[in-house]
Design a protein around this ligand. Structure first.
Ligand code: GAR
Length: 193
């Protein structure tokens, strides 16, 4: 069983899908061992309600200290880290240490609409103003760039002409909630072998 740590900064709806999947499907292949937030994220309540260990490490400590703390906590305990709406940048030595063991979910079809400043609603606003007809979400490995790591899986949708950024966010989130637990489950199968 793959032991995963989930890192969050916000509402944690993606975290919830991982919690639900691990609870409802005994063959999902993964178990959440801890949930770490870099700020007072409301998603921590979801983790507490599920009886999971939670930790808050203030991002104001800086990227290096934050990464060192996380590293200490997860050493020998987690097999893989899932960034589920985690907004802090992790230190490059931490990323090297966890190479191909950190996954991130991003609310666009990478490589489009990724990079610095492209997170949450900013992504959906940029998609709408670009007039592009397709969007979606991506799960990728985290490397030392921003949203540049190898793409693992994607789901896409047609952007309806009448949608604003809020509507697009809602529709993309529905896809994220399918893609993230499915991808973690498939990877755990692969990694177990
Ligand atoms: C999700 O849409 C996720 O893709 C996005 O933050 C949201 C978190 O929602 N992540 C990024 O933009 C990272 N670049 P949640 O807290 O409800 O899971």
């Amino acid at each position: 069983m793959l032991q995963i740590a989930v890192l969050i900064s916000g509402g944690g709806s993606n975290l919830q899908t991982l919690i639900d999947r691990s609870k409802d499907d005994e063959n999902c292949g993964f178990k959440i061992i801890t949930v770490i937030a870099d700020r007072e994220a409301s998603g921590l309540i979801r983790a507490e309600n599920a009886g999971l260990e939670t930790l808050l490490i203030d991002r104001k400590a800086g990227s290096e200290n934050l990464s060192n703390e996380i590293s200490k906590i997860l050493q020998g305990k987690a097999d893989c880290i899932v960034l589920a709406g985690f907004l802090s940048i992790l230190d490059s030595s931490f990323i090297d240490e966890w190479k191909n063991r950190i996954l991130n979910i991003h609310p666009s079809l990478l490589p489009d609409f990724g990079g610095k400043g492209m997170y949450g609603m900013n992504v959906h606003k940029a998609v709408i103003s670009s007039g592009t007809k397709r969007s979606g979400c991506t799960v990728h490995y985290v490397d030392t760039g921003i949203d540049t790591g190898e793409i693992i899986s994607q789901l896409s949708l047609s952007v309806h002409e009448s949608w604003d950024a809020e509507q697009l966010q809602k529709e993309v989130l529905k896809l994220e909630h399918q893609l993230l637990p499915e991808t973690v489950s498939l990877l755990s199968e692969k990694w177990e072998k």
